[in-house]
Ligand binder design. Structure first.
Ligand code: TLP
Length: 346
């Protein structure tokens, strides 16, 4: 199968498994797992923060951050198609007692002026704005990179108003590699940043939440409260250390494959394709089958793709490149999509 549903489907390589098998471990709830500690230190160093915390998933990392930054009854400014708002089960309400204040972005990105307008004035009967969240790269917008200047302006204005800013940087290394900048530059100024090991970096499990020493100390308490205290987690952390060493620069290959895939698909009558900035290709079927039908037909021929996520049109398909996808897989996918659209008379 050529599996383009997500970069979460990557399997650990033999070398990664060897690093996991050799990991020195201990009980991390006692703070005694040396490999987890090494991963947290490395993550903090790469993101330019004082400290970091290993969490089981990106969702937990984002939600721990929200719980630490806010108080119940506050509002959290999020973009309308963001992961935190759409695909995390309304968890900010469930666990933190806060409500989302939703801003529609232009292809996933909102402006400083939109944030300024959404921040509540200090009136006792309004829900105070407790947090602003950005997403880089933006998943539902097709792996779009949040413009660096725009993010800096939002940081400055939120901080002027005393409001912290969290970055859902599940794919921050894709953005960093595409821009040719160190990840710490994209993380600079945020009060917390979450990034995932289990996506393009190819690990089986895990994300890191990065921030100040005091923030991470509180995040460690909230992680435990949510059931995220892990014991000999060094086996998983070893995969993370391996990935941060060996799988970051190679993301450029995934971006090149996404570009080739998009270019190939854009030639097919009936399709329009958003040119990808990183590893996510969004395809709009202008004429022909709907997304679910096309995905079912492709599955029968050995290619897995998904109808694009929550809130998007039933005519959009998402394809994600990753370390399990070769140039040949890209060419084969383009050929099969072309055949299916031709067969459907598009
Ligand atoms: N994204 C997954 C699905 O949930 C959609 C995917 O296949 O892309 N932030 C962003 C921007 C994400 O894309 C994801 C996962 C998460 C957070 C959550 O990470 P996990 O799945 O580890 O909880």
């Amino acid at each position: 199968m050529i599996d383009l549903r997500s970069d979460t489907v990557t399997l650990p390589t033999a070398a990664m498994r060897a690093a996991m098998a050799a990991a020195e471990v201990g009980d991390d709830v006692y703070g005694e797992d040396p490999t987890v500690r090494a991963l947290e230190e490395r993550a903090a160093e790469l993101l330019g923060t004082e400290a970091a915390l290993f969490v089981p998933s990106g969702t937990m990392g984002n939600q721990v951050a929200i719980a630490c930054h806010t108080r119940p009854g506050q509002e959290v400014i999020v973009e309308a198609s963001s992961h935190i708002y759409n695909v995390e089960l309304g968890t900010m309400a469930r666990f933190s007692g806060v409500q989302p204040r939703v801003i529609p972005g232009e292809r996933g990105v909102f402006t400083p002026a939109q944030v300024e307008a959404a921040i509540r004035p200090d009136l006792y009967y309004l829900a105070p704005t407790g947090l602003v969240c950005l997403e880089n790269t933006h998943n539902a917008a097709g792996g779009r990179i949040w413009p660096v200047g725009g993010a800096r302006e939002i940081l400055a204005l939120a901080h002027r108003r005393g409001i912290p800013v969290h970055l859902d940087g599940a794919r921050i290394f894709n953005a960093a590699v595409a821009l040719g900048l160190p990840a710490r530059e994209l993380a600079h100024g945020f009060d917390s940043v979450m990034f995932c090991l289990s996506k393009g970096l190819g690990c089986p499990v895990g994300s890191l939440l990065c921030g100040s020493g005091a923030f991470i100390a509180e995040a460690r308490r909230v992680r435990k409260a949510l059931g995220g205290g892990m014991r000999q987690a060094g086996i998983l952390a070893a995969a993370g250390l391996y990935a941060l060493e060996h799988h970051v620069d190679r993301l450029a290959e995934d971006h090149e494959h996404a570009r080739l895939l998009a270019e190939g698909l854009a030639q097919i009558p009936g399709l329009s394709v958003v040119p990808p900035e990183t590893n996510i290709v969004l395809i709009r079927i202008e004429r022909g089958p709907d997304a679910a039908t096309l995905c079912a037909r492709l599955r029968a021929r050995g290619v897995l793709a998904s109808p694009a996520g929550a809130g998007t049109s039933p005519r959009e398909v998402r394809m994600v490149t990753h370390l399990g996808i070769s140039r040949r897989d890209v060419a084969r996918t383009v050929d099969l999509v072309a055949e299916e659209l031709r067969a459907a008379g598009a």
